[in-house]
Design a protein around this ligand. Structure first.
Ligand code: BTN
Length: 239
């Protein structure tokens, strides 16, 4: 694994994508500041200042796209929860991959698949984690309840140490995850899920869906029930 640290960049995902050809598998690009961080569903990711984590992992697991690569964001959310638990917290996951503490978002994950024609070139797994921020900073984030590890623990967090621990954990079971897919993490994911058996509203790209969140299936999809009918969603965001 190689770690590249940039002083400032528009988006580590964009930077990783632009340099995908020259970066080898498992290269990690971190930026101390991010000026145009991207979130899921065309949202933005607010830079809460130096001391927070903005990084993207370049992954080139094979020459062909495989469906389970789409579950890597969920794998990362579980790994991140495990690490936050070591800090004494009780994180939860909001489908598909938001990590929350007491209902407040502490981290977001955005994966982008790069194809050239029909050829799979790689996957960029972008992660933003609020490590060091004050309450007045997190209030700047529009539309969301947000927190930071420093707020939860009332202490400053060493970002390099946190990142190294997270990457160690991520790569220690990465191969096993690739061999087994979502089923490998399903029980660890479900036990931290905060949305099951609740009435939810899910934002899709151009529409919203409502229903009771019944389960997460073996592919990591959200199973909803509405009017006695069950259906599953592959992408979206619980509002
Ligand atoms: C979300 O919750 O909407 C996903 C947010 C992902 C943010 C990270 S920060 C590092 C990487 N670079 C980006 O532009 N976005 C991701």
């Amino acid at each position: 694994m190689e770690l590249i640290t940039l002083k400032e960049v528009d988006s580590t995902n964009n930077y990783a994508k632009k340099n995908l050809e020259i970066f080898s598998d498992k290269t990690v690009v971190r930026a101390l500041r991010q000026t145009s961080g991207k979130g899921r569903l065309n949202r933005s990711w607010v830079d809460l200042g130096e001391g927070n984590l903005f990084f993207s992992i370049v992954l080139k697991p094979s020459d062909k796209f495989c469906d389970i690569y789409a579950n890597l964001t969920q794998y990362m959310s579980v790994v991140l929860c495990e690490l936050l638990e070591e800090y004494g917290l009780a994180p939860q996951i909001k489908w598909p991959n938001d990590v929350l503490i007491d209902g407040k978002k502490i981290a977001g994950i955005l994966s982008e698949t790069v194809m050239l024609g029909a050829n799979f070139k790689g996957l960029i797994l972008g992660v933003g984690i609020n490590l060091n921020a004050e309450i007045k900073d997190v209030k700047r984030v529009p539309d969301k309840l947000v927190t930071a590890l420093s707020i939860e623990l009332s202490t400053k967090i060493d970002a390099v140490e946190f990142l190294n621990k997270l990457l160690d954990k991520f790569f220690s079971n990465y191969d096993e995850f690739l061999d087994n897919g979502f089923e490998f993490i399903k029980s660890d994911y479900i036990k931290r899920a905060c949305f099951l058996d609740k009435e939810v509203c899910v934002q899709l790209i151009n529409e919203t869906k409502h229903g009771i969140a019944k389960s997460v299936n073996d592919s990591g999809e959200l199973v909803l029930e509405d009017d006695g009918k069950e259906f599953s969603l592959t992408i979206g965001d619980i509002l």
